[in-house]
Structures are given as structure tokens and as C-alpha cells.
Design a protein around this ligand. Structure first.
Ligand SMILES: [Fe+2]
Ligand SMILES: [Fe+2]
Length: 187
């Protein structure tokens, strides 16, 4: 991933001056990337499967990069006050399927990343391609491309097996992700 220009809080300030909803969006992105880092830490705490661990280590590196990018944009005072909650929820979202098995980890990541793709897409659609908004848009496009890759990789590894309990769990993960974004946009 390479960004053509650095994006900092000044860019968000100028974009949010035109569309104030962007500040809440970026706060939710920061909460989400924080949770994503914790998902893979949870997976690594719960799994001994070599393929799952390689998958989690590679994804963790990408999510850490995303988090650093969003941290550079969103000043600490503007971040979600519920970050401790997002960290615990993220860790459990990785740890619980990891103790069940590889297929549960991949199905969980597929569910999370399917939602995250839509989440970034909603923001990208609001942003013009030029000026400060354009540079923020480029950042979100880069993150989104990585999330889509994560989703497709998890989907390919998951295989066809998906029982009732796992379908229920992935629905819960999807609903939880949506609720977290609503909350993180506000606080
Ligand atoms: Fe990410
Ligand atoms: Fe991701």
C-alpha cells in the first residue's frame, strides 16, 4: 500500500467543515480498525492451527497499518470514548471462533469484512475525488481494497461447511459490527 500524500487532522478538519458527518465516520473507522487489530490478537490467543495463525499474523500486520493511518487523521481527543469496549469485543470476536476451529475463524472474518467493505463504500461515495476530500477518499479506498482482499481470502478458506450455530454467530457478528459503528459515530 502506498499513499501519494500524507493525510492528517488538517485534511479531516477541512472535509468535516463541508460535511460534518465525516468526523463521526472516521471515528467509527478508528474504532473498527482498533477492533480489527484485536480480532487477530484474539485469534492468535485461541488457535494453534498453523494455517489460521499465518492468516492471522498477515492480517494483523495490515490492520495495524490501517490503524496507524487512521490514528494519523483522527486526533486522540476525537476518538471514541468506548475504545476499551471495542478492544474487548474485537478480541472476543477473534478468540471465540478460534477455539471452535479454523472454519469458524474464516467465516467470522468473512462476515466482518463483508460489513467493513460496505462501511467504507458508504463513506467513499460521499467524498469527491479532488482536493482534501480526494486525499481522504484515496486513504479509504486503499483500506477498503485490503478489506475486500481479506474477505475473499477468508471466503476461499472457509469452504462450504457452515452449520446453524455458525450462521447464527456470523449474524451476531454482523449485527454487532453495525451497532458498534452506530455507537462509535456518536461517542
Ligand atoms: Fe482494516
Ligand atoms: Fe481487514
Amino acid at each position: 500500500m502506498s499513499l501519494t500524500m500524507p493525510v492528517g487532522p488538517d485534511v479531516l478538519a477541512s472535509v468535516a467543515a463541508v460535511d460534518p458527518t465525516l468526523r463521526g465516520d472516521i471515528r467509527s473507522d478508528h474504532a473498527g480498525e482498533t477492533g480489527a487489530v484485536m480480532i487477530y490478537r484474539g485469534v492468535l490467543a485461541g488457535s494453534r492451527d498453523p494455517q489460521v495463525c499465518r492468516f492471522a499474523v498477515a492480517h494483523l500486520a495490515t490492520e495495524r497499518r490501517h490503524l496507524a493511518i487512521i490514528e494519523a487523521i483522527l486526533a486522540p481527543a476525537q476518538r471514541s470514548v468506548l475504545l476499551p469496549v471495542w478492544r474487548i469485543a474485537g478480541w472476543l470476536t477473534g478468540f471465540l471462533p478460534a477455539i471452535v476451529g479454523a472454519h469458524a475463524v474464516y467465516a467470522t472474518v468473512e462476515a466482518v469484512e463483508t460489513f467493513v467493505d460496505e462501511h467504507y463504500e458508504d463513506q467513499i461515495r460521499k467524498l469527491p475525488a479532488t482536493g482534501a476530500a480526494g486525499s481522504l477518499r484515496a486513504v479509504l479506498l486503499t483500506c477498503q481494497a485490503d478489506e475486500v482482499h481479506h474477505r475473499d481470502e477468508a471466503r476461499a478458506l472457509r469452504g462450504a461447511a457452515c452449520g446453524f450455530a455458525l450462521r447464527l454467530w456470523t449474524r451476531l457478528v454482523d449485527a454487532g459490527s453495525r451497532a458498534a459503528v452506530v455507537a462509535a459515530r456518536r461517542i
